[in-house]
Write a new protein. Structure first.
Length: 139
């Protein structure tokens, strides 16, 4: 049975890219366009991992994660953060950024590798030669 990932990203193109990448590697992906939508979806799903962009439009990604972690049902669900503001975020959050269920990652490559390692998949498959990794249509 495929692991389920809740993907939270306000950017339509980034969300579609992440969804395609994760589905290509066999994960079931449920998407949310912002933090509020993610919190609402949690009433009806039980993801194995939550992937959150730090720069959401309605609230900061780390705030979404904080709210999720307060829910007893999700207190142990791994959360992986990704975004362009990662280094500033890590400095502000301090050395505890890798503790508990939280995983703070800067680049897409690092985030994908972390998702794979948490969910037990193989790592490093996609980013050596990205163009060769996706099946192309033969139209």
């Amino acid at each position: 049975m495929a692991a389920t990932i809740l993907l939270v990203d306000s950017d339509l193109i980034d969300r579609a890219d992440w969804q395609a990448l994760l589905q290509f590697h066999g994960y079931k992906v449920i998407t949310a366009q912002d933090g509020r939508a993610a919190l609402e979806k949690l009433s009806s799903i039980r993801p194995d991992l939550i992937l959150i962009d730090l720069a959401l439009k309605d609230m900061p990604g780390h705030e979404v994660g904080r709210r999720i972690q307060k829910l007893p049902r999700y207190s142990r669900t791994p959360i992986v953060y990704v975004g362009p503001y990662f280094e500033r975020f890590r400095q502000r959050m301090g050395s505890g950024t890798e503790s508990g269920s939280f995983r703070y990652i800067g680049s897409r490559e690092e985030a994908f590798d972390r998702v794979q390692s948490i969910l037990g998949g193989s790592t490093g498959l996609l980013f050596e030669n990205e163009a060769d990794s996706f099946p192309m249509s033969q139209d």
